[in-house]
Design a protein around this ligand. Structure first.
Ligand SMILES: Cc1cc2nc3c(=O)[nH]c(=O)nc-3n(C[C@H](O)[C@H](O)[C@H](O)COP(=O)(O)OP(=O)(O)OC[C@H]3O[C@@H](n4cnc5c(N)ncnc54)[C@H](O)[C@@H]3O)c2cc1C
Length: 461
């Protein structure tokens, strides 16, 4: 429990109404999307970077743990006070769009701004912020940058790190730093903005972010290809990309997802479908769209696709996307507990990775439906445990996950394509990194946060 004298000091910085320590607030802020619970000792809502600076300095001087929080939609426990301490929330005040700079094509935002708010504001002036995590309606840009979030448009447009130009952040000492510039070129000094991107709130608290925007493409079309199995679908991915197609998204569903979608949600897909690819193409000219779709159709058909659908309008596009967007809830027909991971492999390894994942699942008698971002090699693997109250089944589920991580790392892939490490994947960092590499991470952490007060014990640090 935090001492009242500390609470009084925090109140003197931000005002009494912006420090909460009552039970209801502690319960409300004890969750993220992992649904693991850790109640904080207090939640504090700073109004600006100066408040953040004073709070951090005080916590550092008094060795009080502090954990930054955006919307709390993280999948790996990054925003949870797993080692106790106070939460510092960006949602109440530090949530503004500061400016859209048309000439430099960039936006300056506060960390609590919701991703979709930036997308809408950019679109109003003909610009585009592409990173689109499925949580775009509620996750914050501070959380997106701290997790280096990705989305469906990553296949063509990349992920959050590709849009971070600069940021302002507060160190645990309370010092306010600037990292990066509004310039396209900047090779002076270390890339501190790059280090802070994906640092999961362990190094500094981000108080302002400068993000690159691009022109909004004028046309978009949605496509879907039906395949006999995942290997032919993945071959179609490789062949169409090397033939010059550049789809915005190239998502896949495997046979188990298709079965679940048909059984649970009555989705219109052929009963012999073994895999589906779905995505969008975009461009400024109708000819560009036509070229993209022709290239996709040709490569898909050459690789066993029995059917290539193109949505004629927005309504049909929604219907095609419905299958992909509902795969996650649909696969719950296979078990009462879903252990889902977001591994990523070099794209060419997708067929082998999937084959190995299914084999690991079979070995333990689990169904493992997989779906995800075939355009960029990021797979959502869902180990479905039939009975979550059966201890052996749960233990086997965790063993299967560990085997999957080892296999993925052995083939040059990573533990997480987008959700980060937090506490959930911290025990597996030794699979992915050598002791020398982990020591380097720890040295970086120590340089920023010598007293280990900022989001400690995350990312295996
Ligand atoms: C249904 C659903 C779908 C999702 N889909 C995707 C997806 O497609 N792609 C994807 O990448 N993720 C996805 N996620 C995961 C999650 O939404 C992202 O990780 C998102 O970036 C988290 O943002 P947040 O604002 O909720 O951050 P939080 O969960 O609050 O925090 C995440 C991390 O950022 C740190 N942090 C937050 N703000 C700051 C700050 N100002 N300074 C320093 N550190 C800070 C926290 O300490 C924590 O470590 C999904 C989650 C859900 C629930």
């Amino acid at each position: 429990m935090i001492d009242n004298k500390h609470l009084d000091f925090l109140k003197s910085i931000v005002g009494s109404d912006n420090v909460k320590s009552d039970k209801a607030h502690m319960i409300a802020y004890s969750y993220d999307a992992t649904r693991t619970r850790f109640e904080p000792d207090a939640v504090v809502f700073p109004k600006d970077k100066h408040d953040v600076s004073k709070i951090l300095k005080y916590c550092n001087d008094n060795l009080i743990i502090i954990v930054p929080r955006g919307a709390g939609s993280g999948f790996t426990g990054g925003a949870l006070p797993a080692s106790g301490g106070i939460l510092i929330s960006m949602e109440r005040y530090m949530n503004k769009l500061i400016e859209i700079d048309m000439d430099n094509m960039l936006a300056v935002v506060q960390p609590g701004l919701i991703n979709m708010e930036l997308q809408k504001a950019a679109e109003q002036v003909g610009l585009f912020y592409p990173p689109d995590p499925a949580s775009e309606e509620y996750s914050t840009l501070g959380g997106n940058v701290s997790e280096n979030a990705g989305g469906m448009r990553a296949a063509k447009y990349g992920i959050t790190k590709d849009y971070v130009m600069a940021m302002e952040a507060v160190l645990p000492s309370g010092e306010i730093i600037k990292a990066g510039k509004k310039t396209i070129k900047d090779v002076a000094g270390f890339n501190i903005a790059g280090i802070l991107t994906g640092s999961e709130g362990t190094l500094a608290i981000i108080t302002e972010i400068t993000l690159k925007l691009i022109p909004k493409p004028k046309h978009k079309k949605t496509y879907m290809g039906i395949f006999p199995d995942v290997t032919s679908a993945m071959n179609a991915v490789f062949k169409s990309l090397s033939a010059g197609a550049n789809p915005v998204a190239m998502e896949f569903l495997d046979a188990l997802c298709i079965q679940a979608l048909k059984e649970k949600l009555n989705v219109d897909l052929p009963s012999n479908a073994g895999a589906v690819l779905i995505g969008d193409v975009d461009g400024n000219l109708p000819e560009e769209i036509a070229f993209q779709l022709e290239t996709l159709e040709k490569s898909f058909k050459e690789n066993g696709s029995s059917e290539f659908r193109i949505a004629a309008n927005d309504e049909e596009a929604k219907t095609l996307w419905y299958a992909r967007k509902n795969a996650s809830p649909a696969v719950t027909i296979f078990g009462t507990k879903k252990l889902n991971e977001d591994i990523s492999v070099p794209r060419s390894m997708l067929p082998e990775a999937l084959k190995n994942i299914y084999a690991i699942g079979e070995n333990y008698n689990f169904k493992v439906p997989c779906f995800g971002h075939s355009g960029d090699g990021n797979i959502h693997v869902n180990v479905m445990v039939p009975d979550k109250n059966d201890e052996k089944q749960m233990a086997d589920g965790h063993k299967a996950i560990e085997e999957i991580f080892q296999m993925v790392v052995d083939m040059g892939g990573t533990l997480s394509g987008e959700h980060g490490i937090g506490t959930a994947k911290a025990p597996f960092m030794n699979i992915a990194f050598t002791e020398a590499e982990m020591n380097l991470f720890r040295a970086v952490k120590k340089a920023f946060d010598p007293n280990n007060i900022l989001n400690p014990n995350k990312m295996g640090l």
